[in-house]
Design a protein around this ligand. Sequence first.
Ligand code: TMP
Ligand code: MG
Length: 209
Amino acid sequence: MRGALIVFEGTDRSGKSTQTRNFTNALQAAGIAVAEHSPWSFPHRTSPVGQVINAYLTNKTHLHERALHLLFSANRWEKASQIRQALRRGETVVLDRYAYSGIAYSVAKGLPLTWCKCADEGLPAPDVVVFLHLSPEAAAKRADYGSERYENKHMQTAVAKVFEQLRTEQWLVVDADADEATVLNRILDSAMPTVAKARSTPHIASLWN
Ligand code: TMP
Ligand code: MG
């Protein structure tokens, strides 16, 4: 019986870090096995690749757009086998951003969609994508907004548009402007059946199927 792969996506300051943490705690409280150190975040900033990404995001270095895209993807590939292993052990893995962010931010900067998708082809596919929807105006009012590259209205609006393009009927779209508990309950209602369903579906699918 495998665990579920649950991916949280959204623009900056939409509450992904808070909600992935709350969600992980709620799963554990319900007796569901969760991968150690969950939630796992991308970019994972402490690996060698992650350190280069972090330097870019904090404006300490410049990178070619395509090189940056491939680094973000490499940063996920570094973790791909750990994700599969955890799922096979029966542990649910909660991710704070994944390949959808990779595409949304790169396409928002003008890179071709098909080229962007290629780099992540073959990564473990999520059982559900939880999309925290927040308007750029509401995001701009949140604490620390603007401290990193991309945290400006122009970029966030462009990113939101690509996310909309990527969205399928399998995504769970949640209004992230609601209060913290309401958002969590909404996610739990929908994600609990996903965890149950993963248990009876041994196959772990791959992107982009
Ligand atoms: P974070 O705010 O979730 O730590 O992510 C840092 C920034 O990196 C955020 O603005 C989104 C961006 N990003 C990409 O551009 N491509 C990616 O593949 C990922 C995972 C994040
Ligand atoms: Mg951010």
